[in-house]
Design a protein around this ligand. Structure first.
Ligand SMILES: C[S@@+](CC[C@H](N)C(=O)[O-])C[C@H]1O[C@@H](n2cnc3c(N)ncnc32)[C@H](O)[C@@H]1O
Length: 197
């Protein structure tokens, strides 16, 4: 899969555009925060957050995505830290982040099982998870996202992944137009998630 992503990011154009995700932009998340963007690809969300003044670290396992993240940051006159790592194995430092962002972060089940407890641990008390992903129903729309149900999410799966530890969990299934670069285009079924530690 990593080779798939590097191949996609080898294109000159930004696969999901240079604008941040709509759901992320709609959040009021305070100022001057430490933000961790997971599976951040080419960095559109991280750069947006850095431009708001946050201290941003982007993680992805696709080196070419992170190179484009650095390029986008430089073009926008901001800095973001980039970490090249596999989220199926990565250990996150405890109580470190005010906000964790996971936009269209789609993984196989073993990676999902590993990373959600890590995210909880990594958030500071009161810290917030912000996430938008495709719902399994997205398979019938065919307007973007993985073509395998296991890589998509359902409300029930997210409740299982988040329940027990996270507080104030909001998981909303949304039907909306998504227009992000070349690969996310059209009517879509997503899950928009906010949760706190
Ligand atoms: C659909 S892209 C989303 C990129 C970005 N969040 C955005 O919204 O533009 C999914 C990203 O997940 C990354 N990814 C998938 N599995 C991963 C893993 N196990 N470890 C780290 N990154 C992973 C891919 O490299 C890819 O950049």
């Amino acid at each position: 899969m990593k080779a798939f992503w590097n191949e996609r990011y080898a294109e000159t154009a930004y696969a999901y555009g240079q604008e941040a995700n709509d759901f992320l932009k709609a959040q009021q998340i305070g100022s001057d925060l430490k933000v961790l963007c997971l599976a951040e690809g080419e960095g559109r969300n991280g750069v947006y957050l850095a431009k708001l003044g946050h201290d941003v670290t982007c993680v992805d396992y696709a080196e070419l995505g992170l190179q484009k993240t650095q390029l986008l940051a430089a073009q926008n006159g901001v800095e973001v830290a980039c970490v090249c790592a596999d989220l199926g194995e990565m250990q996150l430092e405890a109580n470190t982040w005010d906000v964790v962002v996971a936009i269209f972060a789609h993984f196989p089940k073993p990676v999902k099982s590993h990373i959600w407890p890590e995210i909880y641990t990594a958030l500071k008390p009161g810290g917030k998870l912000i996430m938008e992903v495709y719902d399994q129903e997205q398979l019938r729309f065919g307007t973007g996202g993985p073509q395998h149900a296991d890589l998509l999410y359902s409300q029930e799966e997210l409740q299982d992944l988040l329940v027990g530890d996270f507080k104030n969990i909001q998981i909303e299934k949304v039907y909306r137009e998504v227009h992000e670069g070349t690969y996310h285009n059209g009517a879509s079924a997503t899950l928009q998630v906010i949760a706190s530690k």
